[in-house]
Design a protein around this ligand. Structure first.
Ligand code: NAP
Length: 248
């Protein structure tokens, strides 16, 4: 099966975790891939080598998604290298968890800039080329925490809830140009981001998940294949939870 053959995808934060799983799955489905990272240069280079073996074109760009000018340059560079962008996946994200009484202005600002402003930055600059080609799929990585909140994550939950409102608004603004915009809301996925949880915390989360397991990056990547492919050409403005039934 090659659900993404002929398509060009740009994935932010592709060097590790969910982003890396999306890069690999997209390559298996035949997409040409540009992905970004900020600090994991060795991991990014190793991933490029691995993806190249799958027979698709791939380039890793060091680019901070929270920086407006870098985002503009990135879109221009990807268009120069690949000729077009069919799918944008705004996946880059960070956490700075702490209770509200202890949260600093810096912890608030950093999370909003990397998680939410980045989505504005990349979407802003990809829309013109997508409008010209009268097609495109934008996939924004939210979280179940953006839907129902989480103590100790007010900054993160606010950024992820903001992504949902943003995605629905963009779907309404550019749907007439055949550009779709959806959000994915993962539950607890095993990556560096969740490795800080203790075994006890993980067990208590697992007990509350109807499918009784934490998710894998591949679970989220499969949902992104669906939303990026022509299997979902009538799906826009939606939030697809990938959470083992947690958000039920
Ligand atoms: P992760 O393992 O910590 O990986 C984060 C990725 O984002 C890395 O590739 C990192 O690049 C990149 N990144 C960080 N800041 C960036 C920036 N300013 N510009 C560009 N790239 C940047 O995280 P993850 O668990 O895979 O999470 C991926 C996305 O899914 C995030 O948006 C996260 O909020 C969301 N999510 C995760 C879970 C979960 O349970 N894991 C649940 C719900 C939602 P470097 O490698 O260079 O640092």
């Amino acid at each position: 099966m090659s659900l993404l053959a002929g398509k060009v995808a740009l994935i932010t934060g592709g060097s590790r975790g969910i982003g890396e799983a999306i890069v690999l799955k997209y390559a298996e489905e035949g997409a040409d891939i540009a992905f970004t990272y900020v600090s994991s240069t060795d991991k990014a280079n190793a991933l490029v080598e691995e993806v190249r073996k799958k027979g698709v074109k791939v380039i890793a760009f060091k680019s901070d998604a929270s920086d407006y000018n870098q985002a503009e340059n990135l879109i221009n560079d990807v268009i120069s290298a690949f000729g077009k962008i069919d799918i944008l996946i705004n996946n880059a994200g960070i956490t700075k968890d702490t209770l509200m009484l202890r949260m600093s202005e810096e912890q608030w600002d950093q999370v909003m800039e990397v998680n939410l402003k980045s989505v504005f930055n990349l979407t802003k600059h990809v829309l013109k080329p997508m409008m010209k080609q009268r097609a495109g799929s934008i996939i924004n990585m939210s979280s179940v925490v953006g839907v129902f909140g989480n103590a100790g994550q007010a900054n993160y939950a606010a950024s992820k809830a903001g992504i949902i409102g943003f995605s629905k608004s963009i779907a309404k603004e550019v749907g007439s140009r055949n550009i779709r915009c959806n959000a994915v809301a993962p539950g607890f996925i095993e990556t560096d981001m969740t490795h800080i949880l203790t075994d006890e915390q993980k067990k208590s989360y697992v007990d509350s998940i109807p499918l009784r397991r934490l998710g894998a990056g591949e679970d989220v990547a499969n949902a992104c294949v669906y939303l990026g492919s022509d299997m979902s050409t009538y799906v826009s403005g939606q939030v697809l939870s990938v959470c083992g039934g947690l958000n039920t």
